[in-house]
Design a protein around this ligand. Structure first.
Ligand SMILES: *Cc1c(COP(=O)(O)O)cnc(C)c1O
Length: 359
């Protein structure tokens, strides 16, 4: 019997589709998007000018090696260029890390619930996801994650702070965990929200990577730096991991506009620090406001808050949308709400105030 369509890999069956945060509704009186952890600010000073100048030459391929950006990052983080790799957002780099380490029969461990890209990119590779539940306080259970390691384990994601709960793991417990992981298993510290951390006990992954060849740090320009739409992220890792990332990269994946915008954003650091500081103030205001209303909110070190609403999740998200803010529901579990413009945060707080706290 002849097949009626091209043969696709069996691994693709049943892959959950990535749900992007809903856009803000058009046409309403107010509509704020608090569903994708984006930065509410316009581009940092100098970035628009750089991008505009760069746009004149997009008939040309970009610099495939991202030389300028790599040099800038190398200096900033005091790491050799050979320990750096860029990609189409840090999700792109995460996918390359899986491609480089894991295939059918291999296991990838991560906390759950955590970043929704992890199960997708793991399943695409044919590897098996091992999801380790968060603690009742919505924090990574690092002991249980270490216990889950088998001889098939190839890669472990630690999302710090965790998306969507905002919770963190601290230095002592993370170091204890890393000491338990065999040297041939890659640990990926996904630090997409690093800039928003104010807890001094949360370690900088770049310091942990230095004397640990099996640790890779993922960073992105999408969140604090406000370049989500340009798709650029990077990894810091020892050889041979960084070299494997350069091998698995889609050629010319990071556009010249993204490269130049990233460099210009890194150079606008004073302004960046100010904006991140304002968002952290807003975050604290939102958390205190919610707690004052009687909500239980896990401590967040990111630019979003997590409300565990269980069966009432969808109703809460609908109430927010009717009031003019779009949040990110995880049906049956909770909502993740990005800290955005003060007016948007006020609307969210107002909805939360009027919503019943208990079943
Ligand atoms: C947003 C996010 C990223 C970054 O994604 P990009 O591809 O760089 O836009 C990575 N990891 C986590 C946990 C995130 O929330």
């Amino acid at each position: 019997m002849s097949e009626t369509s091209p043969k696709l890999r069996a691994e693709l069956e049943g892959i959950p589709t990535y749900k992007p945060g809903k856009p803000a509704a058009a046409g309403g009186p107010v509509a704020y998007k608090l569903s994708s952890n984006e930065n509410p600010y316009p581009p940092l000073p100098g970035v628009m000018e750089t991008v505009a100048a760069c746009a004149a030459s997009f008939n040309r391929y970009p610099d495939m090696m991202c030389t300028g950006l790599m040099d800038e990052l190398s200096e900033r983080f005091a790491v050799p260029v050979t320990h750096l790799a860029t990609g189409t957002g840090s999700v792109g780099v995460a996918q390359q890390l899986i491609q480089a380490t894991s295939g059918p029969g291999d296991e990838v461990i991560y906390a759950w619930r955590s970043f929704e890209a992890y199960p997708i990119i793991t399943q695409i590779s044919g590897a098996t996801s091992v999801q380790v539940p968060l603690t009742p306080g919505d924090v990574h259970d690092l002991d249980a994650m270490a216990d889950a390691i088998t001889e098939r384990t190839r890669l472990i994601f630690v999302c710090n702070p965790n998306n969507p709960t905002g919770t963190v793991v601290r230095r002592a417990e993370l170091e204890r965990f890393l000491d338990r992981v065999p040297k041939h298993v890659l640990v990926v510290l996904d630090e997409a929200y690093r800039e928003f951390i104010r807890d001094p006990e949360v370690p900088d992954g770049v310091e942990l990577y230095r004397d640990r060849p099996n640790v890779c740090v993922l960073r992105t320009f999408s969140k604090a730096y406000g370049l989500a739409g340009l798709r650029v992220g990077f990894a810091i890792a020892h050889e041979p991991v960084a070299a494997a990332l350069r091998k698995t990269a889609v050629p010319f994946g990071v556009s010249q506009i993204a490269q130049e915008a990233a460099i210009a954003s890194l150079r606008a650091e004073d302004e960046l620090i100010g904006r991140v500081g304002s968002l952290v103030c807003e975050r604290n205001r939102v958390v205190e406001g919610l707690r004052g209303q009687g909500w239980t909110v896990p401590e967040t070190q990111a630019n979003f808050v997590w409300l565990r609403l269980g069966e009432r999740t969808v109703a809460f998200a609908q109430a927010c949308e009717q009031a003019g803010v779009v949040v990110r529901p995880f049906p049956g579990e909770g909502v993740r709400v990005t800290v955005g413009e003060a007016e948007a945060n006020d609307i969210f707080l107002k909805v939360a105030e009027g919503f019943p706290k208990e079943k």
